[in-house]
Write a protein that binds this ligand. Structure first.
Ligand SMILES: [Zn+2]
Length: 467
């Protein structure tokens, strides 16, 4: 069963009620559906259930480029389901069971439709056994994600829809879950992922590495890095474990900047509130291994040694994006506008340009060295990217940050920084959309009129007439 469900969550719920009623109510079960109605990625995620926990038991041999996996997904059905979908791209499915009983299944594109022997209700467990050569996914904007082969192993990056290249799941940011991973690789390699290590075992020529993520994580923030890393565990003054994994070629250049992770975390906690996860760190690959940095949860990935500002950007995402996660891909500015504004704040606090000056230069068109990017800043409103290829485009980052600066101008510094912290606290480990944000700001500063900021800066076409 394949159908699109455009519209908001409440519209989706209303449609479901109608469709069940239209069936005459007989049995009262229905197929979960192939998407959650994301405006840009309509087939991402699936309807009818909410994943609680993923157990991924994987083995990867880089030389053969072969992955074998067993994914055990514990989920709660939001309706009685006669069928449910998982997202999985490439790979061969060998067996599917639901609560231990073999289930029928079929595939169409990225949709793996599972038909359990009996309709599922309440909490259930789907196990998928699969194998094959995991694929690299090219995004609508031309960047690469999914499973990236590296000189000595592999790197999995998932924004926005790449994680379905290495495990079946509900691959939409609105469904967050906890994770347990066990990954077996040739003994000369290491495996690094999100969260905390949970042991390693050598058996013959292979080693199994275990990692656990105990806080909810959107699947696009899951990462898996296989290679020859220099792995270190340090801690902040407050005792937060910091795990770094660095490609040996990047070790020299990375040392000084990675040593500043505790300092950046301390600054970010003063600015944004308590760090939302139980460990921190970074993964540094070779520049040619990935085309961009990504804020993979608790352990951002960098293509080569980052500079301090890029490190600040990805660490700020731990609050804005990873803990407070967009409800759909339309809300991407809530990630990138905030992480970009964090860069401005860091520079302001460390002897660089003030956020006001950065804002003024952007408005004047003299911030970016090339006229094309300066012009692209005004190509669409940050809260309404025109298409899937634009969810990571310039206005989402820079004009998104300008929206935050306009709010700061309106309410003043004390109220603004309280607002940054309050937003992170209110939606900690959850999901939020642009409407939630504007409502939050209006409630936090009831004496201010934000209508002009929303109309011109957040939703308005073109360059606002006045800075
Ligand atoms: Zn970012």
């Amino acid at each position: 069963m394949r159908f699109h469900r455009p519209g908001s969550r409440s519209v989706v719920a209303a449609l479901l009620v109608v469709s069940v009623a239209a069936c005459g109510g007989g049995g009262g079960t229905f197929a979960g559906g192939s998407g959650v109605g994301d405006p840009y990625f309509p087939k991402a995620g699936n309807g009818g259930y909410d994943v609680r926990h993923y157990v991924l038991d994987l083995a990867y041999d880089p030389r053969a480029h072969h992955l074998t996996g067993t994914a055990t997904i514990t989920a709660r059905a939001t309706e009685d389901l006669s069928a449910l979908n998982l997202d999985l791209r490439g790979l061969d499915v060998e067996e599917v069971t639901v609560d231990g009983v073999a289930a029928r299944w079929s595939r169409a594109g990225q949709e793996l439709t599972v038909r359990p022997r009996e309709a599922v209700e309440g909490t259930f467990r789907v196990t998928v056994r699969y194998a094959g050569a995991p694929v690299t996914v090219t995004d609508p904007d031309g960047s690469e994600e999914g499973w990236l082969r590296t000189a000595d192993g592999a790197l999995a990056l998932g924004e926005p829809v790449g994680s379905m290249a290495w495990f079946p799941g509900n691959h939409h940011p609105s469904d967050k879950a906890t994770y347990s991973l066990a990954v077996t690789v040739p003994k000369e390699l290491r495996v690094v992922s999100n969260g905390e290590p949970a042991g390693e075992e050598r058996e013959g020529s292979r080693t199994t590495y275990r990692w656990r993520t105990g806080e909810p994580m959107a699947s696009y923030l899951a990462t898996l890095a296989v290679g020859r890393y220099d792995v270190r565990r340090t801690a902040t003054d407050g005792g937060l474990p910091v795990y770094t994994a660095v490609d040996p070629e990047q070790a020299g250049e990375s040392r000084a900047v990675l040593a500043r992770i505790p300092e950046v975390l301390a600054w970010a906690e003063r600015t944004f509130g308590p760090y939302p996860f139980s460990s921190a760190g970074a993964i540094v690959e070779r520049p040619e291994d990935a085309g961009y940095a990504l804020e993979t949860q608790s352990r951002p990935v960098f293509p080569g040694a980052p500079d301090i500002v890029l490190l600040v950007h990805e660490i700020a995402h731990q609050w804005y994006g990873d803990s407070v996660t967009p409800r759909t891909w339309r809300d991407m500015w809530l990630n990138e506008g905030f992480a970009t504004y964090a860069q401005w704040l860091w520079q302001e606090d460390h002897g660089g340009d003030t956020a006001q000056r950065t804002f003024d230069l952007l408005y004047a068109g003299s911030y970016f060295p090339d006229a094309g990017t300066a012009e692209a800043l005004w190509s669409f409103p940050p809260a309404e990217p025109p298409d899937a290829a634009s969810v990571s485009a310039t206005p989402v980052y820079w004009r998104g940050a300008m929206v935050l600066h306009k709010i700061r101008q309106a309410v003043g510094d004390d109220a603004f920084f309280a607002l940054l912290r309050g937003w992170a606290r209110e939606h900690r480990h959850g999901n939020a959309d642009t409407g939630d944000f504007t409502a939050y700001v209006e409630k936090a500063a009831p004496g201010e009129d934000f209508a002009g900021i929303w109309e011109e800066w957040l939703y308005g076409e073109g360059r606002p007439e006045r800075p």
